[in-house]
Ligand binder design. Structure first.
Ligand code: FAD
Length: 419
């Protein structure tokens, strides 16, 4: 009988792997086990917060993977996997066996470490909105109800986390919306870090569009025609070393207190906690620390044979935790599993990533990379001379084009992963 590849998690990584396995060899049996019938993608969820699109616009069904590619689906939650007998146990009691297993379960949050913060606080008072769905809608309701001169506090997490530029794109699109409907509103970013993905291109855009004061530490390389302001504009960013690290929250007072002892009140507090691999990865004993170590040639777990880990949960060295990364990791793992099943040598892998973000609907910035395997260290490294970040001396036209590329990417990417 034909080999059976099972994939746990029908998110961006898992869905892409299923599709590309079937495209590579339609005779292979591919089963995805996924907890939810509908996938709500995070990319685009910042536009749900601003009301540019609706929550239903980020919902994806598995119709194409099932109908067009013949991928089998089991909608259930995986409770346990025995790597010796290759037996998966489902919440409803069902059992599934595999020849090779791919795991792409995404992330979970680290709830402890910040005084006063908990899962309950996130669910009721300070949503993270870092998994799309209920959390997106909760944060949106709070933003809509915010007073016109209110303050929204965004607390980005420490590295590594899902979607490094995400919190800053969120601040950008919020500003664009607030300018139109709540022009006296403020966005305060209290960051544990001293820098972030594309920070200079973001800050230049904020300076041009939202009266942002560029901090001295980010001035190097900025064009001469930046604006200077004598007070903070709509967005204010406080870095970790300037006192941005939040150490305590008070959900009833709606305040956060920093390492330096300053307390800030927010009408809306979007606290995005530190992250780790999804619970399943811990249950399956795939983690070392917070993430899943893998052999990068085949993306097979270094802890259990015949189990491959991709997407946000895996350790992918210099690759960011993004949907784009999960998608190219899925393509690599699909190709390598087809080789392994035929008892062939794995091929030389390459990966890529582009993170597009919008500073406004008509102003885009991006960062891209091409990656390869360094056989000596076993690590994924950047290919020299490939990729890069949006230049600081870009023309208006260039930034406009980048916003269009982002829109086109979103559509093509969803089709590539799920369609
Ligand atoms: P996921 O897509 O989260 O999929 C995991 C799946 O596993 C889920 O469907 C879950 O239900 C399932 N699962 C987990 N445990 C079990 C279990 N025990 N049993 C059954 N099923 C299970 N990336 C980009 O490339 N570009 C962007 O512009 C971008 N924007 C973003 C904006 C925001 C605000 C956020 C938060 C993220 C953004 N991302 C973006 C990141 C992207 O969403 C993630 O990196 C990507 O979804 C990771 O894919 P994954 O397969 O690892 O996990």
């Amino acid at each position: 009988s034909s080999p059976h590849v099972v994939i746990i998690g029908g998110g961006t990584g898992g869905a892409t792997a299923a599709k590309y396995l079937k495209m590579g060899d339609e005779t292979i049996r591919v089963t995805v086990i996924e907890a939810n019938q509908i996938y709500r993608r995070c990319y685009g969820s910042n536009e749900v917060l601003t009301g540019y699109i609706d929550i239903e616009d980020i919902a994806i069904t598995y119709d194409a993977l099932q109908g067009k590619y013949g991928v089998e689906f089991i909608f259930d939650t995986v409770m346990e996997v025995d790597p010796q007998t290759r037996l998966i146990t489902l919440k409803t009691g069902g059992k599934v066996t595999y020849d090779r297993l791919i795991v792409s379960p995404g992330i979970d949050f680290i709830w402890d470490g910040v005084e006063g913060y908990s899962e309950d606080v996130a669910q009721n008072a300070m949503p993270h909105s870092w998994k799309a769905g209920e959390q997106t809608l909760l944060l949106k309701r709070q933003i809509d109800a915010m007073p016109d001169n209110g303050t929204m506090i965004i607390v980005p997490p420490v590295n590594p986390y899902r979607c490094p530029p995400g919190p800053y794109e969120r601040a950008s699109l919020m500003s664009e919306m607030f300018q139109k409907i709540k022009p006296k509103a403020k966005i305060l970013i209290l960051d544990p870090k001293d820098g972030f993905a594309k920070d200079k291109p973001f800050m230049l855009g904020w300076n041009r569009l939202y009266d942002f004061q560029i901090p001295e530490s980010k001035m190097d390389g900025m064009p001469e025609d930046i604006n200077t302001y004598d007070q903070p504009g709509m967005i204010e960013w406080i870095s970790g070393s300037a006192g941005g690290k939040v150490e305590a929250v008070d959900a009833s007072a709606m305040t956060v207190t920093t390492e330096f002892g300053d307390t800030f009140h927010g009408d809306v507090i979007n606290f995005i906690p530190a992250q780790k691999a999804a619970k399943l990865a811990f249950d399956m004993d795939l983690v070392d620390g917070n993430w899943c170590p893998i052999n990068h040639l085949t993306m097979e777990s270094t802890r259990h044979a015949n189990i491959h880990v991709i997407g946000d949960s895996c350790v992918a060295d210099v690759m960011p935790k993004s949907g784009y990364s999960a998608n190219t990791q899925a393509k690599v793992v699909a190709a390598q599993i087809l080789h392994l099943l035929r008892e062939e040598e794995p091929e030389e892998p390459t990966w890529s990533n582009v993170c597009f973000s919008r500073v406004s609907s008509e102003y885009g910035v991006s960062v891209g990379g091409i990656y390869r395997l360094d056989h000596e260290s076993g690590k994924i490294i950047s290919t020299k001379g490939a990729g890069g970040v949006s230049p600081l001396d870009a023309s208006h036209q260039f930034n406009r084009l980048e916003a269009l590329y982002q829109e086109a990417w979103m559509e093509n990417f969803v089709a590539d992963s799920f369609g």
